[in-house]
Structure formats: C-alpha cells, structure tokens
Design a protein around this ligand. Structure first.
Ligand code: NAD
Length: 355
C-alpha cells in the first residue's frame, strides 16, 4: 500500500469526490492525482481550491461516457487506481427526470469498466491495480422498523430510478471481476454529510434555509430513518478499502447512526440556535413544515459495517452531533461557496419538488 499510485478520481469535483481528493492529497503527497469531472450542476471547481497548484495534480473536464477520452487518459497518465464517484446522485431529481441517471450511472460506469479492462489487460494484468466503485446502501431498498441492518449479502431491491441505476452499475462492477478478473471492489455507504455538500440535500438545505429564515420542508410524517456518516469517515473507509480491500469483494460502510428525519432536523435547529449569530427566526424549529411525501420514499436505511471493521480494521471517528457541529460551522464560514449555488435553475428545481 506504500507504493506510489497514479489515481484517477471520477466525480472529484462533487461532494464526496472532492472531500476524497483532499483526503488523498493530504495523506499521499507523492501520488499522482487526476480528477475527471463533467462539471454538471453538482460539480464545482471551487471544491478543489488550493490543489490546482500542486505539482502532481491534474483536473480534466470530461464525461465518463466518453470512451476515447478514458482510453487516452488511462494510458497517458499510467493510472494504477480508479476511485469512481461520478454519478447523478439526487433521488428527487431522478424522479423528475431519470434519463441522465441511466446515462451516467449505468452507461458511464460500463464505459469506465470496459476501458479499464482493456488497459489492465494490455498492462499484463498487474495485481496491484484497483477499480473502486463507490456506491450506496439505497440499492438494498427499504427496511421495516425491526428488520436487521443491511449486510453485504442483503438482496438488492432498489426503489427509485437513482438506486436502480446504482444497482445496475454495482452489478456490472461485480460481473467484471467474475467474468474478466478485473480487480473491482464495491463499497455501499449510508447517507453522508459534511463540507461541500450541494444545497439540495437534506442537511445543507436545512442549514441554509435556517440562515435565510425560510420554511424547513420535512417529507411526510418525518419518521423516515437514515443512517448518517460524516464524509471524512467515508473517505477514510475508502482509503482503507483501496489499500487493504480484496478484489471482487463488497464492503458496507456506515457509522451506526440511525436517526429519524424529524429528530435530525430538530437537532440541527437546536445546534443552529447555539452556533449561528442573528438568526432571522429563533428558535429555528418554528420553521419546520411537513410537506407531501416523496413518491416511493424508503422508510428506513441501516448499515451493518461489521465486515469492514473486522476484516480491514476501519472504524468511524465522528458522532452525529460533533459531525453536525463541524458541518454547520463550515456552512457559516463559507457563505461565498453556497450563495452562488442558489441560482435561478436551482430555484426552479426547488419549486418543482417542494411547491
Ligand atoms: P455529487 O452529485 O455531489 O457529485 C457527483 C459528481 O459527478 C459531480 O461533480 C458531477 O459533476 C460529476 N458527474 C456527473 N455526471 C458525470 C459524468 N457523466 N461524467 C463525469 N462526471 C460526472 O455526488 P456525491 O454525493 O458526492 O456522490 C458521489 C458518489 O457517492 C456517487 O456515486 C453516489 O452514488 C455515491 N454515494 C453518495 C452518498 C451520499 O450520501 N451523498 C452515499 C453513498 C454513496
């Protein structure tokens, strides 16, 4: 794991991808790091500020569906590892328009796998190369209150176009190992939160609306349960999997932090009351408004992360409260980052989802 790597990070200008780029550059300053990102609405060069001057860092704007570009890039940059984050990632957008989800998540992942397969063969099938496919726990579907948490052997049962497209890409990554021996590894992680999280997602949406004194839309009865993981913990898990994970394996990643949506929003409100000066509405929880439920809304997700803990020795560091404090502080200190993202396009999207 100490040998020098040349790592291609797809989707590295997005939320988790950019956190991972910073994580990798800090921990492995000698590695060659190449980011490939199409810069969709969710991608942002600002997320990589401070890295662009680094000697062995390169940003390439491009699409993972572009086979010629990928073929060229793998060869020219002597790639040894791919960490594949690029995706359409937002469930509500997948309900409004699934096309881009099938294109990027299924066709894009297939294109990367196929290009990597040929490249890896031409290199003489090096044993140390890895293709890490970063995925979600949503592929497992929804749990009832007393069901056991998702493990690596839970059957796939995706319920949204987003999770179905991720399930399709997971199956392809799995098949490339079993059919062609390509050293793929899959990780399925629970809901992340932290810095650089696009405003449409639950936690940044609530932080920003509290700062603006706008209603806090909570779907349905607010009793849906999510298992939250601080993004820095996800990055350390992915690092562990790249260094120690076994090709052909799947690892579930989670922090054992199941919280009901309404409890999460209430905790956020209390922390904002404490941390943010001069809120327009205080206490912030007066802004909570229940809205019509998301169609097909999964009731509960929970991850059993025993395998990555026992086999690879990874454990998460943050509690939900501490992770939320850090996240809130980041949004308070980085208004210049999120204010421009609340553009006209974003407002139109917001109207469609929350009315
Ligand atoms: P994000 O939407 O913030 O970022 C996605 C990035 O991919 C953006 O920078 C975007 O420009 C880029 N991209 C989109 N289409 C592309 C294409 N065709 N070619 C190249 N780049 C393209 O997403 P995220 O929340 O950072 O999620 C990253 C990955 O992690 C996704 O694969 C997602 O399924 C997975 N995941 C996310 C979570 C979560 O809680 N956010 C949890 C588990 C797994």
């Amino acid at each position: 794991s100490q040998e020098k790597k040349s790592i291609l990070i797809t989707g590295g200008a997005g939320f988790i991808g950019s956190n991972f780029v910073h994580h990798w550059c800090n921990n492995y300053p000698d590695d060659h790091v190449i980011v490939l990102d199409a810069l969709t609405y969710a991608g942002n060069r600002q997320n990589l500020a401070g890295l662009e001057d680094r000697q062995n860092f390169k940003f390439i704007q491009g699409d993972i569906c572009d086979r010629l570009l990928i073929d060229k890039l793998l060869t020219e940059e002597n790639i040894t590892n791919i960490a594949h984050f690029a995706a359409e990632s937002h469930v509500d957008r997948s309900i409004l328009g699934p096309d881009a989800f099938i294109q990027t998540n299924v066709i894009g992942t297939f294109t990367l796998l196929e290009s990597f397969r040929h490249y890896w063969n031409e290199q003489g099938k090096p044993e140390n190369y890895r293709f890490l496919h970063v995925s979600t726990d949503e592929v497992y579907g929804s749990l009832e209150a007393d069901d056991p948490a998702f493990s690596e052997t839970t059957p796939y049962a995706p319920n949204s176009p987003y999770s179905a497209s991720k399930a399709g890409s997971d199956h392809l990554a799995r098949a490339y190992f079993h059919t062609y021996n390509v050293p793929t590894i899959i990780t399925n992680c629970s809901n992340n939160y932290g810095p650089y999280h696009f405003p449409e997602k639950l936690i940044p949406l609530m932080c920003i609306n509290i700062l603006l004194g706008k209603p806090l839309p909570v779907y349905g009865d607010g009793q849906n349960i999510r298992d939250w993981l601080y993004v820095g913990d996800h990055c350390s898990a992915l690092e562990t999997v790249i260094n120690k994970g076994k090709p052909g394996e799947t690892y579930n990643i989670g922090g054992n932090n199941e919280v009901k949506n309404i409890d999460l929003v209430t905790l956020l409100c209390d922390l904002m009351d404490e941390l943010a000066p001069d809120l327009p509405v205080k206490p912030a929880k007066e802004l909570i408004t229940f809205v019509k439920d998301r169609p097909g809304h999964d009731r509960r997700y929970a991850i059993d992360a025993t395998k990555i803990k026992t086999e690879l020795g990874w454990t998460p560091q943050e509690t939900v409260e501490n992770g939320l404090r850090k996240t809130i502080q980041w949004y308070l200190n980085n208004r210049d980052w999120w204010q421009p993202l609340l553009s006209k396009d974003y407002q139109e999207y917001y109207q469609k989802v929350y009315g």
